[in-house]
Design a protein around this ligand. Sequence first.
Ligand code: FES
Ligand code: FES
Length: 160
Amino acid sequence: MKRLIHLHVNGESREVAVSPDQLLVDVLRDDLALTGTKKGCGTGDCGACTVLLGGRPVPSCLVLAVDVSGQDVLTIEGLATNGVLHPLQQAFIDHWAIQCGFCTPGMILSAVALLGRNPCPSEEEVRQAIAGNLCRCTGYAQIVEAIMCVANAPCAAPRD
Ligand code: FES
Ligand code: FES
C-alpha cells in the first residue's frame, strides 16, 4: 500500500505517494521527473545517483523514500538560480570536466557539499570528497581542476 510522503525538493514542497520499498532515486526520477539524478549501479557503488539530503551527499539508490519524509533534498536541477548556472556547473563546462555527463550531477553535488563545509579544500580533500563518484570518461584531472578553480576563485584561466 502506498504512503504519502512530503519532501522539500530544491526549495519546493512536494507530496508524493510511494510504496514502502520505493527508492529515493526512483521517486525523484519517476514521480517528480527530476531525471538529472542518474541511476547507474543501483548498489551504492558509482555515485551517479548522489543527491544532498539535509546538505549531505547520499547515494539515493540506497535510501528508501519513506525514510526521508520531511527532509530537504537538493538535486542537480536545484543548483542554477534564475537560469544562471551554479559556479561549479560553469566550472565543469569551462574546464572540460564533462564528457558523457552521466557522473556529472552526482559529482557536482558531492563538490557542492564539500565546498559547503570546507570552502578552501586541498586537492587531496577534493579527491577524497569525490572518491565515491566514479567517472569512466575524464580521468578526473579536469574534474579536480574545475572544483579547485571554484574553491580558489579567482582561478587560472580555463583550458582552451
Ligand atoms: S546508482 Fe546509486 S551509487 Fe550507483
Ligand atoms: S563524464 Fe562520463 S562518466 Fe564521467
